[in-house]
Design a protein around this ligand. Structure first.
Ligand SMILES: [Zn+2]
Length: 230
């Protein structure tokens, strides 16, 4: 079985070398069913939010005739490095990891007061295609800000484990995020909302909130393609 998988990959890679490269978006559903990430204000796991939003993004991309593939759709626990190597093997042009945010427990009281809310995008200068990653993240963020989504600046606070530099409105530098630095193509991670915040949690389940994020991503990708920076 392993050999068969290898043969299919080798054939796919060989075909890709013969024909012009098709533009493909690799979609990473953040976390996995067993390692499900953050816990929302009402006790739901982040993976479920990530999965639902990633499916909305996939459908929006299909509507815009943009091909997308999942790097971890099989409900299994797939290691982070395997996700980026899958993206490479599948011939992905860009890598997009979809998450929902939280805060350390001692900051929960600030989510209740709604001070910590909104989205953020992340890029790594350790990614070989940092400039393209930043271009994509910047387009996604601009589109969300235009739609009145709020940028969550919590990660910029001078506290332990945070202090992330803001490169542009909506975009953080996060060099050691594993999927960003191991991706062998431009890569962006998006935190769509702060699910530890009760208000953001409700928003994150709303179809219009998810559709807005999906639209911003699709628009950014279209602009990325038009700018034809490869
Ligand atoms: Zn996450």
């Amino acid at each position: 079985m392993k050999n068969l998988v290898r043969i299919v990959f080798v054939l796919t890679v060989s075909i890709m070398n013969v024909y012009p490269k098709e533009f493909i978006v690799a979609l990473d559903i953040g976390h996995s069913p067993k390692k499900a990430g953050a816990i929302s204000a009402s006790g739901y796991r982040e993976y479920n939010f990530n999965r639902s939003l990633t499916l909305t993004v996939y459908k929006e991309l299909a509507r815009q005739h943009i091909k997308a593939v999942f790097v971890n759709s099989s409900e299994k626990d797939i290691e982070l490095k395997e996700r980026t190597s899958n993206a490479k093997l599948l011939g992905a042009s860009i890598f997009l990891s979809i998450h929902h945010d939280s805060v350390p427990a001692n900051f929960f009281y600030l989510t209740e007061k709604h001070y910590i809310r909104g989205f953020g995008t992340f890029v790594s200068t350790k990614n070989k295609y940092f400039e393209q990653s930043l271009f994509l993240a910047s387009k996604i963020s601009n589109s969300l800000l235009t739609q009145k989504y709020k940028f969550n600046t919590f990660h910029n606070l001078r506290i332990k484990g945070e202090s992330k530099e803001i490169l542009e409105d909506g975009v953080y530098k996060y060099d050691d995020l594993l999927v960003l630095k191991t991706a062998q193509m431009p890569a962006v991670l998006i935190e769509a909302a702060v699910i530890a915040n009760p208000n953001d949690e409700i928003l994150a389940t709303k179809q219009n909130y998810k559709a807005g994020i999906a639209k911003a991503i699709a628009l950014a990708i279209l602009e990325y393609q038009n700018a034809s920076i490869k």
